[in-house]
Design a protein around this ligand. Sequence first.
Ligand code: PEP
Ligand code: MN
Length: 678
Amino acid sequence: MSSSDERQDIDKIRSEIDKVDSEILRLLAERKSHALRIARAKGEFDRPSRDQTREEDLIADRIAAAAQHDLDSELIIKLWRTIVNDSVRIQQEALGRAEEPNGGITVAIQGIEGSYSHIAAEQFFGTKGIETAYVRAKAFSDAIDEVTEGRAEVAVLPIENTTSGAISEVYDLLLESDLSVVGDLKLRVRHCLLGIHGTTPADIRKVYCHPQAVAQCSDFLASLEDCEIVHFSDTALSGKRIKDLNDPSIAAIASEEAARLYGLEVIKTGIANRAENYTRFVVVAREPVEVPEGVPSKTSAVMAVGNRPGALMDALSIFREGDINLVKLESRPIPHNPKEELFYIDFEGNVADHEVADLLDALTRQVRFLKVLGSYPSRDLRPRPDADTRKPIEPSGREKLVSPVVSGQSPQGYRLGSRGHKPANTIVEVGEARFGSDELVLIGGPCAVESWDQVIASARAVRDSGGTVLRGGCFKPRTSPYSFQGLGFEGLDMLSEAGKTFGLPIVTEVLSPEDVEEVAKKADILQIGTRNMQNFSLLSAVGRTHRPVLLKRGMSSSLDELLQAAEYILHEGNQQVMLCERGIRTFETSTRNTLDLSAVPVLRGRTHLPVVVDPSHAAGNRDLVAPLALAAEAIGAHGIMVEIHPKPEEALSDGPQSLTLEQFDELARALGVPRRQL
Ligand code: PEP
Ligand code: MN
């Protein structure tokens, strides 16, 4: 092809492009005329000119349609935001209204204007045409409180940096708070050395800067001679401070934006160790956002997988099976639980997608704890395959007999706890005990912790007889306020020491949501007593911990109510829940309660959660404990919990139903529990 042919070809193509562009202009004009017609209609019906849901839906539709033409979603988002904003402006002018563009939003940030959080928030909301007002917070936790307590609608918080890594404090705060992640943003951070007018690098003796900036600019800072680094909570504030001090020997590390805002000079740019220095910010709000279908999105969650070989691998393989792209995995220690780690994960997709819902279902079947922090729009679009179908595991032998699937039973107000959700038994492992497995777990200990001697003697007896968990009440839920109320945290210290001495994990009852955090520091299993089975704030509080929960059946509650109470715990994230039948109220007065043994096979049919039986509180009389315990074992209980006392006649509570240490040993033999190898 000659060069004049080529020229002609290019000219021809260009004229085609001109035609397309003039068509685009004609269409934009046509769109504008429709916008004006809508304005008239809105004016007549007195409707607001901005309908955010419709705007988001519209953009989502355009992204989906554009994907069929292989057009980039980012381009479509930008283009249609501009078009939609222009339409709104046209309508507002036509109606003579001066509504704030998109209503405006109050944003809590750690730091002041000019900080990177501020720049991130400006970018995040600015591109959406949303006006911002700021609430300044001293610490990240204060920024979260501003939102939780309603003084700000959202908070923008840094979560990780490409050079200095995860900002662990923010991760931990996200897990503790009730806020949802509603967006994220990657900001290119350009640290600059700032000084007052006329400062030269040779003048500098002190640099004020944020610890994160110290980490990200460590090479540059190490190159400064005779220079002191002073830590500051906020980059922009350090700039403001040096302006106020007006001293050329003091510099700060902050953004160019901060230099502009506070009238400082940029002495040097590009001082970070890596030229490409990005910080990712998350936007959090009180309510989760609904991501319209078709909009590319991401989900953030936290999980604990348990401490056994392959546990993390098993959880991750669920992502591979669902073909869901895991884009982030960050581990964090769990306070007071050194054997386990928490994993923060980000993956593509949103909770409203059925593929993601299936993935979360599969994960809850596998992990010990799972909390979704939120789904939010993200930039990358990827087509998703259809979800696979998982076959339930068919039980056989004794397993099939003790967990019968009763036909016609569909879950009543619970899902996560149902067999339909998870066909295989949940195994809760605590020390040597494996609740939910074929090995019967024997729990023994006093009704209440009363003294060192009493709890040590009981713990020794439990260990010697083959029990694998030590029980003991420290906070006692007594029917009468005049009865012994327990030794409280002092008792918990004793129980914990006794457990450690004899290598036994401990279970104790927690009575109020305020105590949960403190009790969970020492107790290996948190017990919810019969009187608290429907204390929903308590159930939610234990659901947020990483300790297994032994949930006792309310003395007047149905099994469906028990399963719904368990659902409160599961729903909060904690998947390690065990149910306990402890006797119910009937017209029969020969026993303290009536042990509902049929609860065991009924529960085992309906739920994958382990089932424990407490014959002591059911009987109220030590002579009945052994026969009821043997019956419970025969009918398929995964665990048996029995009260014991070195001197039952001197017990401060429930003496008549407590076994002597010798009787406990006899029972353990009759149950076939192996003695422990000492
Ligand atoms: C207990 O096990 O200590 C107890 C108080 O039991 P319940 O809640 O079943 O009465
Ligand atoms: Mn008791």
